[in-house]
Each structure stands twice: as structure tokens, then as C-alpha cells.
Design a binder for this molecule. Structure first.
Ligand code: GLN
Length: 551
């Protein structure tokens, strides 16, 4: 039988104009979603212009959450958005940074792979970028690759990536389009929406040899026809290729909003793709988005962490997957999530503040590192345990829960993690043996226990009830673990390890039985990395159900 010839893959680059933080990641994810709904297989890439080889060594206040892929690669938070919107699992080939690209070009040069040629920034760096994208697209046989270039046009840092766009477009003129996500401000004193910054951004992009095919106009409201016309005339795009992207209540509205301006039709036409309608894909999405808007009763969660403050502002970027997982679960149970970000150091200054936690239906402590703020977190966990407030801990949130239990129930007063106190008498949380050398040799990059590992759940526990299955696979990012030497002590004192690694050595979930506490459960892994709107994570759902039950 003759094989049908597979057509060339198509490439959609997403670049930012005017300023950062206006939703390139959500635009990239939403374009993917509407193309999936047209029956196309889609993959997504993030290119970050910084020198770090991956995102793993960065403090989350620098660049937001470090998102961990199934294969353990530590990447930018946008990769999480892509996975959550597209319900696909990406791998390390879908992420690159300037540092990584340079590193591999230099390694190739050292291995004589350039066969004696002079290796130059141009063309070799953009060619490496292109070859990485092509290789990854081929691996999954995607119809369309959507590639988000970090930063904003005009920045010195991303120029080589724009050069890659230009070069790829020359080689495959019919298969490449560029979408510019731009911000259209309405200054309060002027009272009129201004397109000039976008015009400048397009000129700057033109200076790199790239012309946008579509402009996604981020603004606090939809553009009127006059503004669309202005952008069309001055930025050399058709008026219908200016797509409204007004502020929305929920990011999950965005794909539906794009379709109001027929964005998938426009893209299919520009890329010469046939329209195929796959029913079902956006229908379930629609249903859930409707539920998000219709839920009136709320569920109030306090997230106690420390990576919020940047100057005078409070950002939740460091915990974006946690926030989204809470939203998915809230949608599942038909509640409106109300989330407060609480700095754990507050409780160190004033323990009386703990009583303010009573106002919440539940408390969540996410992952973290180091000593700052942990005594505050331990005090919060104790308060939740003693006052029967639902508590959900993630990674450090589990390690600190174990320390709290050791100190106040097992009465091992100086119980600690060796991450903070190397000489503690009771190292109830200790470094994993294989990690010791990494720390001694200062090998910090990409060396934690990272990515998906299997675990086995004990029957008749909160965990097994939530998952409804015995074997799970969850994503990790840690160097320390519950010390196996103390496990029996904890068991005797009522704290149950309801999931372990298949060999029984690593503790993966800790919980108190339901008759002792409505929900006091924590995981060594990060369930938030595998939650999506269409598939909310079962532990987040179980947590919110117990919060919902609170008077
Ligand atoms: N700092 C702890 C560890 O390395 C927890 C890490 C985390 O919360 N991701 O084990």
C-alpha cells in the first residue's frame, strides 16, 4: 500500500513587543489549543535568552517557578502552561537557552564536528537553534511547532533567535509565520488606546529581517476598528490579522476568545493547512470554563511560602503550577478559588498571627529550599494539625511536616533536616546518599532527584482513595528525603507513609488517618506539575473537597 506523504511541519514563532509579562506563554499555549481542536498535532518550545544552561540554578524570585519535565529537565514556567493547555508531555528537546545553545556549539567544535571551519556566532548559533527545533519536531511527528522566544523584541539578548526565525523563513517560506504579542496601553490621563509603542516594536522587529504575520493585541479591552486599522496600516498587516486579546478573568478563556476573531482559520490559511474539525476537544474545555465563571461559592486557601516579594510588589509567579492546580481542582468541585499568599516569616516575628489562619478553609505549603522562613512554616503546620485545618504539603512542605511531627509528637525537640542543621541530633530529613558527593563537589546544576519516578500506594489511605489506583508516577525535585531510620518511630506515633518508592526505601506521601484529622497530607513529589484543567490532580481535588467540608 502506498504511504501518504507527510507534509512539511509548520512553524509558528511567538515574539513579544513593547513589554514583557503580557501573556506570550498563554498566547503560545492557546494557539496550540485551537490548532489541536482543528485536528492538528502540536508541539511547543520555549527559548530563553539567558546564559543559564537550564532554569534549575535560579532562585524563583528571579524568573518565576522552575518547571520540571517528565524527563527531569528543569525549565521555564511557560513549559508548564504548554503542558497544561495542550495535555502533552514535553521533553528536554523542547527547551533551550542561550547558554545551552552555545555550550553545544562549543562542544561540537571541540569534537571537530565543524570539520575545520571557522565557527561563528552567525550563522552557527542560529543554525544550531534551527536544527534543535527540527529534530524535536521530527521526534514527535508534529504537524505544527509553536516556538516562543523569551524577552521582548529590541533586547540585545534574543537577537540570535530572531536571526534563526529569519533564516528558517528563507528556507521554508510557506511553512513559517510569526505572531507578535504586543501591548496596547490606554494611559489614564489620555483616555485613548495608543498604538504607537506597537508600531515601534514592529519596526524594531523589522530591523532583524522579520515581519509579523499576525499581531495579538493585548490590552485591557478589545480594540475598536479604528485602532485595528491603525495597526494594520503602520505595521503592514491585514486588519483581520490583528487579534483582540483583552484582559480576561481566567487564562482558560483565551483560546475561546481567539476564536472570536477566527484565529485558527487565519493560521490554517496562512500555513496552507486544511481545515479539519475535531469535535469534542474544545467542548469539554468550554464546559469547564463555563463552570469557572459560574461557581459562586468560594473555597479559601492560604499558601504559605517565601518567594513572593519583588520590591514593593507581591508576585505568585514562583508558585504558578500550584496556583493553576488549585484552580483546576476548584473547577472540578464547582468552587471559586480564593487564594492568599502568606509570607512564612510573618509568623516568626509574631506567633499570635497564627490565629489568622482560622479564616482559611485550608493551608498549602509548597516546595522550597534553605533556612529562611522555615520555623514560620513549621509553626503553621503545627497550628493546622492541632486545629484540624486541612493541610497539604508539597516537597519541602512534606519534609517540614515530618519535622513538626517529630518535634511536637515524638518529642525529639531538635529534630531537623540536614539541609539546615548539619549536626542535628535527630536528622529526620537527611540528604540522599547519592547526593552527598554532588553537594561536596558543588555540582548543583541538574543533579537533584529530578523528574518522574514510580511510587506504590498503601490501600485504604487518603492517598489511595484519591488516586483510585495503587501505582503512580510523579515528578520530583529534591536532594533530601525522610530518613528511613525514623520511619518506624513515625508509624508508631500515628504518622503514616501512605506511598513509597517501589523498593519501600523512599517515603513519597505522609498522612494522618482521617479519624485523627480531616486532611493532613503531604507529598515528597510535586503533584502540581501534572495537573491540568481537563485532568485536575486527584490529590488537589481531595484536598479541596476536605476544605469544602470545613464549617
Ligand atoms: N529543599 C528540599 C530538598 O532539596 C525540598 C525541595 C523542594 O521543595 N523542591 O530536598
Amino acid at each position: 500500500m502506498a504511504k501518504t506523504k507527510k507534509r512539511n511541519p509548520k512553524y509558528i514563532f511567538v515574539v513579544g513587543g513593547v513589554m514583557s509579562g503580557v501573556g506570550k506563554g498563554i498566547t503560545t499555549s492557546s494557539i496550540g489549543k485551537i490548532l489541536q481542536a482543528r485536528g492538528l498535532s502540536v508541539t511547543a518550545f520555549k527559548i530563553d535568552p539567558y546564559i543559564n544552561v537550564d532554569a534549575g540554578t535560579m532562585n524563583p524570585t528571579e524568573h518565576g517557578e522552575v518547571f520540571v519535565l517528565k524527563d527531569g529537565h528543569e525549565t521555564d514556567q511557560d513549559m508548564g502552561n504548554y503542558e497544561r493547555f495542550l495535555n502533552i508531555e514535553l521533553d528536554r528537546d523542547n527547551y533551550m537557552t542561550t547558554g545551552l545553545v552555545y555550550k553545544s556549539v562549543i562542544e561540537k567544535e571541540r569534537n571537530l564536528e565543524y570539520q575545520g571551519r571557522c565557527v561563528q556566532v552567525v550563522p552557527h548559533i542560529p543554525l544550531e537553534v534551527i536544527s534543535r527545533i527540527k529534530k524535536a519536531v521530527k521526534k514527535v511527528s508534529a504537524d505544527v511547532a509553536i516556538i516562543e522566544i523569551g524577552g521582548t523584541v529590541g533586547e540585545y539578548e534574543n537577537i540570535l533567535f530572531l536571526e534563526a526565525v529569519r533564516m528558517l523563513k528563507i528556507a521554508h517560506s510557506k511553512d513559517v509565520i510569526t505572531v507578535m504579542v504586543s501591548y496596547i496601553p490606554t494611559p489614564s490621563k489620555v483616555g485613548e488606546m495608543k498604538t504607537k509603542p506597537t508600531q515601534h516594536a514592529v519596526r524594531t522587529l523589522n530591523g532583524t529581517g522579520v515581519q509579523p504575520d499576525i499581531i495579538v493585541a493585548r490590552a485591557d479591552r478589545p480594540l475598536d476598528e479604528k485602532r485595528k486599522e491603525k495597526i494594520a496600516v503602520f505595521c503592514s498587516v491585514r486588519q483581520e490579522d490583528v487579534i483582540n486579546a483583552p484582559d480576561v478573568e481566567s487564562i482558560y478563556d483565551v483560546p475561546l476568545n481567539f476564536e472570536k476573531d477566527a484565529l485558527s482559520d487565519i493560521i490554517l490559511k496562512k500555513l496552507g493547512l486544511h481545515s479539519r474539525r475535531k469535535v469534542g476537544e474544545l467542548e469539554e474545555w468550554h464546559k469547564r470554563v463555563k463552570r469557572i465563571h459560574q461557581s459562586s461559592k468560594s473555597v479559601r486557601i492560604g499558601v504559605v511560602g517565601k518567594y513572593f516579594k519583588t520590591g514593593d510588589y507581591v508576585l505568585s509567579d514562583a508558585y504558578i503550577s500550584v496556583l493553576e492546580a488549585l484552580k483546576h481542582a476548584a473547577c472540578e468541585i464547582g468552587r471559586k478559588p480564593e487564594i492568599d499568599w502568606i509570607d512564612s516569616t510573618d509568623f516568626e516575628e509574631d506567633q499570635k498571627k497564627l490565629s489568622s489562619l482560622k479564616q482559611y478553609d485550608g493551608i498549602l505549603i509548597p516546595g522550597g529550599f534553605g533556612s529562611r522562613g522555615i520555623e514560620g512554616k513549621i509553626a503553621v503546620i503545627r497550628y493546622c494539625r492541632e486545629n484540624r485545618i486541612p493541610y497539604f504539603g508539597l516537597c519541602y512542605g512534606m519534609q517540614l511536616m515530618v519535622i513538626e511531627y517529630a518535634r511536637h509528637v515524638l518529642l525529639l525537640k531538635d529534630a531537623h533536616t540536614t539541609e539546615v542543621d548539619k549536626t542535628t541530633k535527630h536528622p529526620v530529613v537527611d540528604i540522599m546518599p547519592e547526593q552527598k558527593q554532588n553537594v561536596l563537589k558543588k555540582k548543583y546544576g541538574a543533579t537533584m532527584r529530578l523528574g518522574c519516578y514510580p511510587a506504590r500506594i498503601t490501600l485504604k489511605t487518603i492517598a489511595s482513595q484519591a488516586y483510585g489506583q495503587e501505582n503512580i508516577s510523579e515528578r520530583h525535585r529534591h536532594r533530601y528525603e525522610v530518613n528511613p531510620e525514623y520511619v518506624e518511630h513515625f508509624r508508631k506515633a500515628g504518622l503514616l507513609f501512605s506511598a513509597t518508592s517501589p523498593d519501600g526505601i523512599l517515603m513519597e506521601i505522609a498522612e494522618l488517618p482521617k479519624k485523627k484529622h480531616p486532611f493532613f497530607l503531604a507529598t515528597q513529589f510535586h503533584p502540581e506539575f501534572q495537573s491540568s484543567l481537563l485532568h485536575p490532580h486527584p490529590l488537589f481535588v481531595a484536598f479541596l473537597r476536605s476544605c469544602q467540608g470545613r464549617k
